[in-house]
Design a binder for this molecule. Structure first.
Ligand code: C2E
Ligand code: MG
Ligand code: MG
Length: 605
């Protein structure tokens, strides 16, 4: 299964050698050209060539080739210099170097050997000699690496190798300003199994467990979530019954919890070893950089300590090193399971935040905002539970409920005499992507009896842009139903003007993060002005949300923003408080028609 099994035959071994990365440094390109042709004829295919000896060290560090073919006489930095430098570097001193020299002086040869070269070849190079020397050097290196860096039982990288990999992962992450995490795990009660069933069964079980973990890390679940990482390459046997993984390329701690849970799941099916059926569970600890530790040793130690914590807390579980993250992760897991029942238990409700036309002091619409009144957690903010609902698929039924309830309520208000009030509903991308989404909107309009022009669907800018081409068709289908479309949190994504002209949208909502200090923060002011001007030229309505003070209100109103949604006018209100608010707004009765929203006919009754 793993690369280093005993019966690996020689041919396979040779085939593998041909994948080796061969680096060449020579100031005369003709020399490296000739060698490359010889080696390509022999089946080698990965070359890293430079005629700039001053760049050799940088390349070596970045690319970590399997072997270096090095010229000695070069201007500026000589082959001797490079050899001497390499021996000082922990990570480079094990790379074998074959020196190519036209000198036959014994003194030179002695000197390069002293500097750590593994072999030398005379120039001009004889092709069969070159191939033989290279093969021997690579074989010796592969054997040494095997002993030094891999575990002989599972074939996985060993502790030493894992520590080295973690170090370089930390270095890269800190250069690029990213996070990484170490997942460390121990198999619960492994010692007991080893003692009762014998070390042979124990060994087989370790191999099987390693295969399970690795296969899980290569599964489509993990690949979809970590499209830019290859975590299975960074799985190591840390020692005894302990395995470790480096995880890169994640956005949030939920992604780490996802992998930890996946590993726990993957170990659940019974292991059949010889005549024995064995259950085994892991305990997993997670520590992340830079939060929990700034260097590899600290990270590994903390991940291991979190593993112990997980064991103490009852095994077959995972634990984050940081108490705070850990508590949050546990809370989210529990919350996700309550969320499943919340809909049938009727724990959701909608609040409605007025959108006011500041030029007429009149309520033109409301945004329906979801609230979860949980008996366990109290009032939970949608920002806390919608990501969870998106993850476990609950967002679809919840979103449908919101759409129904908002349209039903709007229709009820109309029949009570609150006219010309649009209702905006937030649509998540999961919902939007469903094939029957357009159909379900039509169904809601039919059953609620709401005039389509009074329903505004809000889609966030960043989600919209993710697959813009594909979404345009759905947007047109929705428009054909007569509903209005709004781009939410505009300014936080990366919409290009050209796309905007192609989206059949009616409204842009300036993100709260811009609106809050738009009057005093020059960048936000510039963006705000540009958004309003652009929207006007495209005939779009502009809504600013998150307006709390007179400063931004004045700024936005003077520049022609159509509607203001924010605490300045009102917080989101429970449904029974809305009519009172609408009626209390000055000018309501006098200004039944609103310039920005007069596209739809005014229905009465
Ligand atoms: P959003 O659609 O951008 O909604 C605006 C958020 O800003 C609301 O937070 C609102 O209460 C808040 N807000 C409005 N004015 C002010 C203000 O002046 N100051 C401050 N500090 N906040 C203000 P909320 O209700 O917590 O909703 C947060 C997000 O949750 C929403 O952002 C939306 O993306 C999502 N959401 C809410 N309801 C639903 C829903 O039914 N379905 C989906 N898919 N997402 C929803
Ligand atoms: Mg919204
Ligand atoms: Mg918004």
């Amino acid at each position: 299964m793993f690369p280093e099994e005993d019966d690996e035959c020689f041919d396979e071994h040779l085939a593998k050698l041909k994948n080796a990365v061969i680096m060449m440094v020579d100031d005369e390109p003709i020399n490296t050209d000739v060698i490359q042709i010889h080696l390509e004829t022999a089946g080698y295919r990965n070359f890293l060539i430079t005629d700039q000896s001053s760049q050799a060290m940088g390349l070596l560090k970045n690319e970590n080739p399997e072997v270096l073919l090095l010229d000695l006489k070069m201007p500026d930095v000589t082959g001797f210099d490079i050899l001497a430098e390499m021996r000082k570097e922990q990570l480079l001193k094990h790379i074998p170097v074959i020196v190519l020299t036209s000198s036959s002086s014994a003194e030179t040869k002695l000197k390069v050997l002293e500097l750590g070269a593994s072999d030398f070849l005379s120039k001009p190079v004889d092709s069969s000699e070159l191939i033989l020397r290279l093969q021997n050097t690579l074989t010796a290196k592969a054997y040494q690496d095997q002993l030094a860096f891999y575990d002989s039982l599972t074939g996985l990288p060993n502790r030493r190798s894992f520590i080295q990999r973690t170090k370089s992962a930390v270095t890269n992450a800190s250069q690029e300003g990213r996070s990484i995490a170490v997942l460390h795990m121990g198999l619960d009660r492994f010692k007991q199994i080893n003692d009762t069933l014998g070390p042979k069964i124990g060994d087989t079980l370790l191999v099987e467990a390693a295969i399970r973990i690795r296969d899980y890390l290569r599964s489509s679940d993990v690949i979809t979530r970590f499209p830019h990482a290859r975590p299975w390459n960074d799985l190591a046997r840390f020692g005894g019954d302990e395995f470790s993984i480096i995880l890169t390329g994640y956005d949030q701690v939920d992604d780490l919890a996802f992998v930890a849970r996946g590993i726990l799941e993957s170990m659940k099916p019974i292991f059949t070893v010889g005549d024995h059926d064995v259950y085994i569970t892991p305990s997993i600890g997670v520590a992340s950089f830079p939060g929990d530790g700034k260097d590899a040793d600290t990270l590994i130690t903390k991940a291991a300590s979190a593993t112990n914590h997980a064991k103490e807390r009852g095994r077959n579980s995972f634990q984050f090193y940081s108490e705070e993250i850990n508590a949050r992760s546990i809370m989210r897991m529990k919350m996700a399971s309550s969320l499943r029942k919340a809909l049938e238990n009727g724990e959701f409700l909608l609040h409605y935040q007025p959108q006011v036309n500041p030029h007429a002091d009149r309520v033109a619409g409301v945004e329906a905002l979801l609230r979860w009144d949980s008996p366990v957690y109290g009032m939970v903010s949608p920002s806390d539970f919608t990501p969870l609902a998106e993850e476990n698929g609950m967002i679809i039924p919840i979103g449908n409920w919101v759409l129904h309830e908002a349209c039903r309520q709007a229709s009820e208000w109309r029949s009570e005499g609150l006219q010309d009030i649009t209702v905006s509903v937030n649509v998540s991308m999961e919902q939007f992507r469903k094939r029957d989404f357009v159909q379900s909107v039509k169904h809601v309009l039919d059953t609620s009896g709401l005039y389509p022009g009074f329903l505004v669907l809000e889609i966030t800018e960043s989600l919209m842009m993710e697959n813009a081409e594909k979404h345009i068709k759905t947007l047109h289908e929705l428009k054909a139903l007569g509903v209005e479309l709004s781009i939410d949190d505009f300014g936080t994504g990366y919409s290009s003007l050209s796309y905007l002209t192609r989206f059949p949208v009616d409204e842009l909502k300036i993100a709260r993060s811009f609106a809050t200090n738009i009057h005093e923060e020059p960048n936000h002011a510039a963006v705000g002005r540009a958004i309003i001007a652009m929207a006007k030229s495209l005939g779009l309505r502009v809504v600013a949300e998150g307006v709390e003070e007179t400063g931004p209100l004045k700024f936005l109103t003077e520049r022609g923003c159509d509607l203001i949604q924010g605490y300045y006018y009102s917080k989101p209100l429970p449904k029974d408080q809305l009519p009172e608010f609408v009626c209390a707004m000055k000018g309501y009765l006098e200004n039944r028609m609103l310039p920005a929203r007069n596209k739809t006919p005014l229905l009465t009754g």
